[in-house]
Design a protein around this ligand. Structure first.
Ligand SMILES: [Zn+2]
Length: 88
């Protein structure tokens, strides 16, 4: 009885695992996951469309920057230059 149980259960479970794995694979292909990149300043993940890519340094390493960090850099620069943002 025990042997018969294994004869049926093992192939069935293998078949289910194979079916599940192949289904998961096709699901991944159907729904392309949006590529995420890390902002070089705040280290948060963003979809690549929301980031600006800039080549930095002698070796041309490309870094990504999010809008908030770019804004903050812009504001920091203005503050340092003594430009009053309210007057714009
Ligand atoms: Zn950022």
């Amino acid at each position: 009885m025990f042997f018969v149980f294994f004869i049926f259960i093992i192939p069935l479970s293998v078949l289910l695992i194979v079916l599940y794995a192949s289904r998961q694979k096709t699901d991944d292909e159907e729904i392309p996951t949006e590529r995420l990149e890390v902002c070089a300043i705040c280290h948060n993940d963003f979809p690549i469309k929301q980031l600006i890519e800039k080549e930095v340094g002698l070796y041309g390493r490309v870094y990504c920057f999010c809008g908030d960090c770019v804004d903050e850099l812009y504001n920091d620069f203005n503050r340092q230059m003594g430009i009053n943002q309210e007057s714009n």
